[in-house]
Design a protein around this ligand. Structure first.
Ligand SMILES: [Mg+2]
Length: 329
């Protein structure tokens, strides 16, 4: 219909290309998820199964846009996706890229819902909004993700303390009283409230709650084999789901050199954590899980896995340097 008298309306479409040669980050955010989480009785302050569904939807996006999306980071009801500098998706048209990612994520969230909540029907269609921001260089990209992870920590510490005051205090506090109690407190004071009032060691809470989730396209393990190969295109890649610190440099730099020590420290710390989880034993496992706010859904119990996926050691160990693969062009 190019020649019809109506064709002039096409000229109203405005071009919206993103600058070439810059990183793009698309951040999607749940619309009205406060009400959504209430309607579906998500655990407070964190629902591990709901977070894992978010992670699954994010992996779907990363898989579908493999080669363009190289890293994703999620917390609560938001996820950020990093697209590499040389990305040519939709000729870098902003509206197409944002809507495609939002749509992929939302449909995956709904599609995989029954897998995570087999006994809980969706009460309504969830939706997400999205925005695209460009970053000129590697430092800004690292700082962007550091900003999101710092936000995860601040929110999680507040929410964990808040809901402990509401749910575990004796007598229970109202939400208003809990807000009042926390007004003006700094991190150390919240940690102290958690520990002295509720015997909760914040650092022992699941890493997924404290550090959010990072999905990265990294060389297939064992990486040593890959390093020996000179043909970059032959490098097999796999999506790794991680709950690790991405604010420090260890995640982004070659494990060799200065980061080696950090990797060792990270491995030691995480090993002792997983050992402490194991050490909880069967007899006090339920109490331990309740204390850590880990829900025990029947779907997870049924497959008799020793740990739910968010506690798998490969999500926290051997992760030093993986971020650098996401920053390649
Ligand atoms: Mg939201």
């Amino acid at each position: 219909m190019a020649g019809s008298r109506f064709a002039y309306v096409r000229s109203f479409e405005l071009p919206d290309p993103v600058l070439p040669g810059v990183f793009m980050v698309v951040r999607i955010d749940g619309k009205g998820f406060h009400g959504f989480s209430q309607a579906h009785e998500f655990e407070k302050p964190n629902d591990a199964v709901a977070l894992e569904l978010m992670n699954h939807a994010a992996r779907h996006v990363c898989q579908e846009l493999r080669g363009d999306v190289t890293l994703a980071f999620g917390e609560s009801d938001e996820y950020s996706f990093l697209l590499k500098k040389s990305c040519k998706l939709y000729n870098r048209r902003e509206s197409k890229i944002v809507t495609h990612i939002v749509s992929l994520f939302t449909s995956a969230y709904v599609f995989y819902w029954p897998q995570y909540f087999p006994k809980k029907a969706l009460q309504g269609p969830p939706s997400f909004d999205g925005r695209l921001v460009v970053y000129p260089g590697v430092q800004e990209v690292k700082d962007y993700f550091a900003w999101r992870q710092a936000d995860t920590h601040i929110n999680n510490l507040y929410n964990t303390t808040f809901w402990s005051l509401v749910l575990l205090s004796n007598p229970p506090l109202s939400e208003r009283q809990a807000h009042e109690t926390l007004k003006g407190t700094v991190s150390s004071q919240k940690n102290e409230i958690l520990f002295s009032k509720f015997a909760i060691n914040y650092e022992r809470l699941p890493a997924m709650f404290r550090k959010g989730t990072t999905v990265v396209l990294a060389p297939t393990r064992p990486s040593s084999k890959v390093r020996k190969s000179k043909r970059r295109k032959a490098h097999p890649r796999e999506l790794r789901t991680l709950h690790v610190d991405i604010i420090g440099s260890a995640f982004w730099e070659e494990p060799e050199a200065g980061a080696k020590a950090a990797a060792r420290a990270e491995g030691g710390e995480e090993r002792s954590k997983s050992e402490s989880c194991r050490g909880a034993g069967v007899e006090d496992g339920l109490e331990h899980r309740k204390r850590l706010y880990i829900p025990i859904p029947s779907s997870v119990q049924a497959d008799a896995a020793p740990f739910p996926p968010w506690e798998a050691p490969d999500r926290t160990q051997g992760t030093a340097g993986l971020g650098r693969w996401a920053l390649r062009h």
